[in-house]
Design a protein around this ligand. Structure first.
Ligand code: ACO
Length: 426
């Protein structure tokens, strides 16, 4: 086994080196604190590995993303979301029988307890659907109590099956329409679209172009190794909190505009530029001005420093879907112009800022009729099998321990308490 040497305060420490199947390298510092009294510092965890995982491989420099070894391009083109979910969860592509059984289970578990419908009535009409989703997912634990060790597979199925029902109900609630029950004759994505857009008075025709686009969007979002929300799921799960609580925490982490909330922020930015006379060059200038506090939403990524392979797939798909649906969207033109100018501009090129997956997903969701404040919910539906796979992987790890990072304390040293009447203002 190879080792790395660390010299600290005149002493030398030999640290084991771990190598992944794709030749990634890590210096194992697990014993460093005990041996030397020192910790390592890495705010944002840019250079820190939190676990070993066999789910997803990313090479940010080469723009590679693979789930369980399968390139994202092949899965997006040839798989569907349910099959990809199985792959992520169980590590192999399912046999025809396994896939059929999994689809059947997702159908069987798609309804939520009738009493839970009352919860939706308690939220104000303009409640953000991410707040509703996280609250409802945590609430599922009240219907399926127990530890995370029993029934975990059925709870995994329950979550994947019910999350789309909850999401569609949250949307129906926000527009004041009656909820539509899941239908047993419809596959996963078609069922979701039906619950979102059908109304009791008339039959809703499911458009195969939308079903294909939705499958692809969900596949592209299905996992992305140790990102902010997945790490959150693993952190919460490490305390042995139940599976619903762990996933609810992941949903909250995804909500932020620097993570899953970026797709909503991209659309709002494009709309703002459109309302401001389509002057996209002005906004490129603004993004380059540090004092403006403005960033081009949908640009940049912590890991991809060349291109985001999901953005490449989505860019093509967005154009195709809009053509097939006969939609001409001025926001798509602004997006293309922004992309073009930013890819040539030294500010973006030198910082390796390229469009990420969210740059185009919002336009595609908008074309599908999904409202802007539901975009992050769509991301959560897609990311769920990834979160669950990591939850499972961590649970099965023999060496798994509760997450407990350290810190370097920079506050006041010891001082004595002063009664309030003797305190002088600072
Ligand atoms: N627009 C303008 N400048 C940017 C942008 C942007 N979108 N992103 C980064 N920069 C600049 C920073 O100001 C910084 O410049 P400096 O070196 O001169 O100080 C440099 O590029 C590096 O930026 P960091 O913030 O250090 O990069 P980090 O890896 O920490 O952040 C992030 C990545 C959060 C994605 C960032 O690029 C960003 O805020 N992008 C916009 C939000 C977004 O699209 N988020 C979605 C991420 S993808 C996902 O979650 C699915």
């Amino acid at each position: 086994m190879s080792t790395a040497s660390l010299n600290l305060d005149g002493k030398s420490y030999e640290l084991p080196v771990i190598r992944g199947t794709e030749h990634e390298t890590a210096v194992d510092i697990t014993k460093l604190l005990g041996q030397s009294g020192a910790i390592t510092m890495d705010p944002g965890f840019n250079s820190t590995g939190a676990c070993q995982s066999s789910i997803t491989f990313i090479d940010g420099d080469k723009g590679i993303l693979r789930y369980r070894g399968y390139p994202i391009e092949q899965l997006a083109e040839r798989s569907d979301f349910v099959e990809t979910s199985w792959l992520l969860l169980y590590g192999q592509l399912p046999t025809a029988e396994q896939l059929k059984a999994f689809r059947g289970q997702l159908t069987y578990h798609s309804m939520i307890h009738e009493d839970m419908k009352k919860f939706f009535e308690g939220f104000p009409p303009n409640a953000h659907p991410m707040a509703i989703l996280s609250a409802m997912v945590a609430s599922l634990s009240t219907y399926y109590p127990g530890t995370e060790d029993d029934n975990s597979d059925v709870n995994i199925v329950r979550l994947i099956a019910k999350v789309r029902t909850i999401a569609a109900y949250a949307y129906k609630k926000s527009i004041g329409q009656p909820t539509i029950y899941p239908r047993n004759d419809l596959p996963y994505c078609a069922n979701f679209l039906n619950m979102m857009f059908a109304v009791p008075a008339e039959e809703y025709k499911i458009n195969s172009v939308l079903v294909k686009a939705l499958n692809m969007l969900l596949i592209l979002h299905a996992d992305h190794e140790q990102n902010c929300s997945t790490s959150t799921v693993r952190i919460v799960a490490s305390s042995r909190a139940n599976i619903f609580a762990s996933i609810s925490a992941g949903i909250c982490a995804l909500w932020g505009p620097l993570h899953g909330g970026a797709n909503q922020a991209v659309l709002e930015m494009l709309q703002m530029i459109h309302d401001d006379g389509d002057d996209y060059k002005k906004y490129v200038m603004k993004a380059k001005d540090k004092d403006s506090g403005f960033r081009l939403m949908g640009f940049g990524h912590r890991v991809y420093k060349n291109f985001d392979p999901r953005a490449t797939i989505l860019r093509k798909m967005t154009g195709q879907v809009l053509d097939e649906l006969g939609i001409s969207d001025p926001l798509l033109n602004i997006a293309r112009n922004l992309e073009k100018i930013a890819l040539e501009d030294d500010y973006f090129v030198s910082r390796k800022l390229y469009p990420n997956v969210d740059f185009y997903s919002g336009i595609l969701y908008r074309a599908m009729g999904i409202p802007t404040n539901m975009f992050t919910v769509m991301f959560a539906i897609g990311r769920l099998p990834g979160w669950l796979s990591h939850w499972r992987e961590q649970r099965d790890e023999e060496t798994s321990r509760i997450y407990r990072p350290r810190q370097i304390y920079t506050g006041a040293t010891e001082r004595n308490y002063v009664p309030v009447e003797q305190r002088k203002s600072l």
